[in-house]
Each structure stands twice: as structure tokens, then as C-alpha cells.
Design a protein around this ligand. Structure first.
Ligand code: KIV
Ligand code: NA
Length: 271
């Protein structure tokens, strides 16, 4: 099966067949998600989910490169998109190009994602015109937690709503091939989806977006903090706890290892 391409994603705008996207940070998770997803996002949310950091602000290019390469190795179907970490792109289009080129060269991913609207539009254009497809990200932009003051939904006031719509249109016009809309009141997500020429990918946005993304650990019930917009499709944390409880009891009672898990001298060793 050929890997999904950026033009193929762009062509899905307004098709009525929503794009499916999840985050992946590790090879095994990528293998499991890949057959079901159009795109895998190596999100900088790995800061909290994998490393226990307080926000995405401390995430580095080195972390994104290491996890991005693992996700590319674990997938062959989905388009892999990598987040540009905070500090690796905002200062100038040239800095952004150097960082994005490194991400693509060291991982084999096909596209980057960056947060921001009007202020980032020239950067989106600069990268796109030089061979680096960009997915933009507007609304609740977690790297801006220190200026936003938290992770609450955006766009409740008319002024804020107008700013988000303006941001979305600016990055779409600058050439973004897709646009993540995160944590906004639903009418804004619907307006943006109608206005822009590229697919919108919602997270805490609207079912009317052209696709949806979630953090895989959130929808699987593996991560402890889950915002309102997460639907838990499983309780993997509960199942891990139960399995580990049984393992601990079996070790303590010497029920494990059993006859099937030990090597017998007379027979050839099994793996
Ligand atoms: O880092 C992330 O996981 C994201 C999302 C859009 C979920 O940016
Ligand atoms: Na992110």
C-alpha cells in the first residue's frame, strides 16, 4: 500500500469522508494505529504524555526527531506529520526552514505542523514554497499557554472569534495543506471549515470539520488528564493496572513462571 500523500489529503477537502488522525510517539503504537488512520501526528504533546513535562514548552527538536523517526519506522500507510517544537520556528522563516528540514531529513516524515495564525503566515508560505508541506494549528495553541494563561476554550468573545477566523484564513491562504482547529466554540470551527480551501482537522472543535484528531493515549484511556473534548474509547490504564496486579500476585505466590514458561533440559529451547 502506497503512503498517503499531502496532495491526497488536500484533495479530501469538503468530500464528506472525514480524515482520521491520531497522535503516535512510538513504533509499536504507530504500527497499531497506522492501518486505521489517514495521518499520524508526532505531537509535541509527547512532552506531557511521554516525559511528564508540565507543558509542551520544554520539548526539543531532538525529542521530536527521535520519536518522529520511530513513528515513520512503525508505519507504511498514513502520512506522518511532525510538530515543530516551541522555539524552533517562531523567530524567522529561515529558522523555521532549518528546523523543519532537520525534522524531515532525520525522520522521513513528509510534513510539519506549527502553531499560529497571521504572524506565522509568512513562515507557512516560506516553507511551502521550498518543499516543506505545513499543517497549521489555530484556536487553542498549547505552546502559547504562557500568554493564553491556560487551556480553556477559545473564541467566546466576538473579538477573539474574529481573530481566530482571521488567523485561520491567513495560514490557509499562505499555503497550509491542512489546518488543525483546537478548543474553540463550535460555530467558529464550522465558519472556518466553510471559509478555508484546505481540510480542517478538529480537536475540541466540531464534527463538521473535514477530519478529527485526538491524542491516542487520551482516547484509549491511558493518560490521566482528559479534557472535555476527549471521548474515551477504552480504559487501557484500568486494564494495565489489572494485568499488573495479577502479575504481582502470581510472582508473590510463585504461580509465575509456570511449567510453560520454563526451559526443560531434554527438549530444544523454545523462544
Ligand atoms: O501535540 C498534539 O498532540 C497536537 C494535537 C493537535 C493533538 O498538536
Ligand atoms: Na502539538
Amino acid at each position: 500500500m502506497k503512503r498517503v500523500t499531502v496532495p491526497a489529503i488536500r484533495a479530501r477537502k469538503g468530500e464528506g469522508d472525514p480524515l482520521v488522525m491520531l497522535t503516535a510517539y512510538t513504533v509499536r503504537m504507530a504500527q497499531l494505529l497506522d492501518p486505521h488512520c489517514d495521518m499520524l501526528l508526532v505531537g509535541d504533546s509527547l512532552g506531557q504524555v511521554i516525559y511528564g513535562l508540565p507543558s509542551t514548552v520544554p520539548v526539543t527538536l531532538e525529542m521530536m526527531c527521535a520519536h518522529g523517526a520511530a513513528v515513520v519506522r512503525g508505519s507504511y500507510h498514513a502520512l506522518v506529520v511532525i510538530d515543530m517544537p516551541f522555539g524552533s520556528y517562531e523567530a524567522s522563516p529561515e529558522l523555521a526552514f532549518a528546523s523543519a528540514a532537520r525534522l524531515l531529513k532525520e525522520t522521513g516524515a513528509a510534513a510539519v505542523k506549527l502553531e499560529g495564525g497571521k504572524a506565522m503566515a509568512p513562515t507557512v508560505r516560506f516553507l511551502t514554497e521550498r518543499g516543506i508541506p505545513v499543517m497549521a494549528h489555530v484556536g487553542l495553541t498549547p505552546q502559547a499557554v504562557n500568554t493564553l494563561g491556560g487551556y480553556g476554550a477559545r473564541g467566546r468573545s466576538e473579538a477573539e472569534a474574529a481573530k481566530i477566523v482571521g488567523d485561520a484564513c491567513a495560514v490557509a491562504e499562505a499555503g497550509a495543506f491542512a489546518l488543525v482547529i483546537e478548543g474553540v466554540v463550535e460555530p467558529i470551527a464550522i465558519d472556518i471549515t466553510r471559509l478555508v480551501g484546505c481540510p480542517t482537522i478538529g480537536i475540541g472543535a466540531s464534527a463538521q470539520c473535514d477530519g478529527q484528531v485526538l491524542v491516542a493515549e487520551d482516547m484509549l484511556g491511558l493518560f490521566e488528564r482528559t479534557p472535555r473534548f476527549v471521548k474515551k474509547f477504552d480504559d487501557i490504564a484500568g486494564r494495565i493496572s489489572a494485568a499488573v496486579e495479577t502479575y504481582a500476585a502470581d510472582v508473590r505466590s510463585r504461580a509465575f513462571p509456570g511449567a510453560d514458561q520454563v526451559y526443560v533440559p531434554s527438549s530444544p529451547a523454545r523462544r
